[in-house]
Design a protein around this ligand. Structure first.
Ligand SMILES: N[C@@H](CCC(=O)N[C@@H](CS)C(=O)NCC(=O)O)C(=O)O
Length: 125
């Protein structure tokens, strides 16, 4: 394991994107391992380092960390981005929870636009 954190994820933003943002905000360089195929993901599963057979997984400080929120908390705590006092922690929690909702709304918008495309295709509009 090199000194740099190594995030493992599918080649897309998904659940890893916040981890990337946080590492960038902390000024930490990282080397990503991105899968292009399901087979590459399965290989990682077979390697036995995914506690729940799911990604995101980040190799960091001798660990193979999984669970997005646990990863975020670890990085934030390590780089003093978690908030030193309760008010700062409340502020960061507000930002984090709002980001989760934006992600949800983004997914919803994608689904809705797919539905709209289908409605439009099947109508005479
Ligand atoms: N609770 C986990 C959920 C992780 C999760 O759902 N990962 C998906 C990709 S975003 C996955 O690895 N799926 C594996 C599969 O579909 O076999 C977290 O927050 O990290």
């Amino acid at each position: 394991m090199s000194g740099k954190p190594k995030p493992h994820y599918f080649n897309g933003r998904g659940r890893m994107e916040t981890v990337r943002w946080l590492l960038a905000a902390a000024g930490v360089e990282f080397e990503e391992q991105l899968f292009e195929t399901r087979e590459e993901f399965e290989e990682l599963v077979q390697g036995g380092n995914l506690m729940y057979e799911q990604v995101p997984m980040v190799e960091i400080d001798g660990m193979h960390m999984v669970e997005t929120r646990a990863i975020l908390r670890y990085i934030a705590a390590k780089h003093n981005l978690y908030g030193r006092i309760l008010q700062e922690q409340a502020w960061s929690k507000q930002c984090f929870l709002c980001r989760r909702e934006l992600r949800f709304l983004g997914s919803l918008a994608a689904i809705c636009s797919g539905v709209l495309d289908r409605v439009t295709e099947n109508s005479f509009v």
